[in-house]
Design a protein around this ligand. Structure first.
Ligand code: COI
Length: 356
């Protein structure tokens, strides 16, 4: 294990945590990992107490959004900790970095930092099934200026947050509005990068959808408004005629989800037929009419699997699988979480395990 210098937090806040009502991203652990990029190089990195940071009003990221992040989870197992697929997140962080002119961070070093941080924050890893320690690596420009150009200096931070399920609904199916008004990403834009702008682009649509009684928005492509992109902040999957279908990544508008990849890999293990290809709204409504549409679900780190129970498009509504959790969604959820908690065989070596 690496040995980044540690400054211990003298004022632990762990006693203020309500472990029965963790929510998502509400509590933050006592320590963060920090590394600064100045004069063209990342420093050694260190672990310090969680606390406020000083920013100048001209911090370039506040103005132009040169920032990227990741999300991954650490789980309490019977003899230690599993961090789920951290190398995938570290590599994706660098893909996002490239898109918004942020210098890359050594992926192995980031995983070492994650390991040391979660071991230090062991007491913050929740004990119940369905809960985890959510890890949030973040990189942003720290230079101060108002011209539109990349920052010279950057900061990488890793925050830890004990979490329960992302949606209040848990694994229960959610109601989704297909947005024909707003777009999340465009071809050639930022869609494949995990960068703040994509989430800013989603806020108004999600807020309006919530006012109409929906949990989230399903995004269509920004040009033809026919092709399905993502659902909320998650990748989307369909089971039609026993085939698992998901939009392909080739248009460059969809985030390369780690859970998306896990579901596709497991589907192959289960012997399912898989199609990664463009999917239109018409196809979904037509296959629903013909009775071939079995399930729809989102995939993401935060919720793992989020079944879609109802889709609304231009005032037409379809109910999927009677608003119930389908067998495919359940099986993917049970298998992924089983591997994460160390209960099922991890044959793809997804977990980075730490003995405690
Ligand atoms: C996910 O993990 O599914 C997300 O991207 C949601 C996160 C931004 C809170």
């Amino acid at each position: 294990m690496s040995n980044f210098p540690v400054t211990k937090n003298p004022n632990s806040r762990i006693s203020s945590v309500n472990w029965d009502k963790l929510g998502f991203g509400v509590y933050f652990s006592d320590h963060i990992f920090v590394s600064d990029y100045t004069n063209g190089a990342w420093d050694e990195g260190k672990i310090i107490p969680y606390g406020p940071m000083q920013l100048e009003p001209t911090n370039c990221t506040l103005h132009y959004g040169q920032t990227i992040f990741e999300g991954l989870k650490a789980f309490r197992t019977k003899d230690g900790i599993n961090i789920f697929r951290p190398y995938n997140n570290a590599r994706r962080l660098n893909k996002s970095a490239l898109r918004v002119c942020i210098p890359p961070y050594d992926d192995k070093k980031l995983v070492e930092a994650l390991k040391q941080l979660v071991a230090l924050e062991y007491d913050w890893i929740p004990k119940e099934r369905g809960q985890a320690l959510y890890l949030r690596p973040l990189v942003f420009g720290t230079s101060n200026f108002l011209g539109v150009h990349p920052s010279s200096d950057y900061r990488l931070i890793v925050i830890c947050s004990p979490v329960a399920s992302y949606y209040a609904e848990g694994l229960s199916p959610v109601k989704i509005l297909i947005s024909s008004r707003y777009a999340r990403a465009v071809r050639g834009g930022l869609g494949t990068a995990k960068t703040a702008a994509n989430y800013a682009a989603s806020l108004l649509a999600a807020q309006e959808a919530k006012e109409l009684g929906f949990s989230q928005v399903l995004w269509l492509d920004a040009v033809s408004r026919r092709f399905i992109d993502e659902v909320g902040a998650m990748n989307i999957m369909f089971v039609i005629d026993d085939t698992l279908i998901t939009p392909s990544l080739s248009e460059g508008t969809i985030l390369e989800g780690v859970t998306r990849d896990a579901v596709l890999t497991l589907a192959r293990d289960f012997g399912m037929k898989i199609e990664e290809r463009p999917v239109t709204v018409e196809e979904i409504f037509d296959t629903h009419k013909s009775g071939k549409l079995q399930e729809i679900f989102g995939t993401g780190t935060a919720a793992v699997i989020s079944p879609v129970g109802l889709l609304s498009y231009n005032n037409e509504k379809i109910v999927i699988n009677d608003m119930k959790i389908g067998p495919f969604a359940q099986k993917f959820y049970d298998t992924i979480t089983g591997i994460q908690y160390g209960e099922l065989e991890d044959k793809h070596n997804w977990n980075v395990s730490i003995k405690m």
